[in-house]
Design a protein around this ligand. Structure first.
Ligand SMILES: *Cc1c(COP(=O)(O)O)cnc(C)c1O
Length: 298
């Protein structure tokens, strides 16, 4: 794994507001296992090996970054891998599912009625595949958080006032919160459409890792319609930041992160003199689900 690059974003708005943004390019650390997924998997893989498991069983959708990372990380660790996909097997597999099969991941499609919820399906799978170590959806677990906490080792973290990341399950956010210094605030831009309240499952998962309530803040108003939804405005924004800064983003997570943070700058959320680190958590492979020509940089 190569060292991640930190790139500076220079921009008129940032200049005017006296806010500095640097980007931790986890999208560049590995050609396949890019982004945050490797970090979230690290201790799960170690645990599976220690428990002498044959492989790892996990969950994902047709364009899942998590499945791609799991499939290749398992292949490299000499572990088998099995991906559980909700829904019937489609006539043609997505690029992502074809790719994970190339890395020897076995796919199991479970019909939606049978897969009513994780709580119902997990014990069934555990009984059926006792020699597989089960990694929850998105790597969301304490081990996933501990792995994500190591993301900060790739940058000079002390120098930033804010660390900003895209948020799905909140595992990466919790890890960054866990690793944050008292003077820092971690900002999560939620890519799912969920109600903004203290007691939602995302906040309940992240909260125990914070040493003070203000150590982190989740923003819920940059989801663009919900998980994996997008609008023309988001796509235009992604094309423009690529053109301006040569920063490729994905439409599920990092595009919304950059958009949200720039809006917060505009709204004066950050005091003048703030220094932000944005974690580019990868996920570019998911852009393959977009029609050709949508993004200028695909
Ligand atoms: C999975 C993923 C996230 C979300 O991470 P969580 O730990 O689930 O919150 C963010 N960005 C990218 C690119 C991802 O693939």
């Amino acid at each position: 794994m190569t060292k991640a690059v930190v790139t500076l974003v220079s921009d008129d708005l940032l200049h005017r507001k006296n806010v500095a943004i640097e980007v931790l390019r986890l999208d560049l650390i590995h050609p396949v296992i890019s982004g945050n997924k490797w970090f979230k998997l690290k201790y799960h893989i170690r645990e599976a090996l220690q428990q002498n498991k044959k492989g790892i069983l996990t969950f994902g959708g047709a364009w899942s970054n998590h499945l791609v990372a799991t499939a290749l990380a398992c292949a490299q660790a000499n572990l088998a891998s099995m991906g559980i996909i909700r829904g019937e097997r489609p006539a043609t597999l997505s690029h992502t599912l074809q790719e994970v099969q190339d890395y020897a991941m076995q796919l199991q499609f479970i019909s939606r009625p049978a897969y009513a919820n994780d709580a119902a399906i997990i014990p069934v799978l555990q009984e059926k595949y006792p020699d597989y170590y089960l990694v929850p959806q998105g790597g969301q677990s304490h081990l996933g958080v501990l792995g994500a906490a190591e993301i900060g080792r790739l940058a000079q973290m002390e120098s930033y006032s804010h660390i900003c990341c895209a948020t799905g399950t909140g595992t990466m956010l919790a890890g960054l919160v866990h690793a944050a210094l008292p003077h820092q605030q971690v900002i999560g831009i939620c890519s799912l459409k969920i109600p903004d309240n203290e007691n939602n499952s995302l906040n309940s998962f992240v909260k125990p890792y914070a040493s003070a309530p203000k150590q982190y803040k989740i923003f819920y108003d940059f989801h663009f319609g919900g998980y994996a939804r997008k609008t023309d405005e988001l796509i235009r924004f992604m094309n423009s930041i690529y053109q301006q800064h040569e920063l490729p983003t994905d439409f599920v997570y990092t595009g919304k992160l950059f958009f949200g943070v720039m809006q917060l700058v505009q709204r004066d959320y950050f005091q003048p003199g703030s220094r932000l680190l944005l974690v580019h958590s990868g996920g570019l492979q998911g852009n393959r689900s977009l029609p050709a020509g949508t993004l200028t940089y695909l």
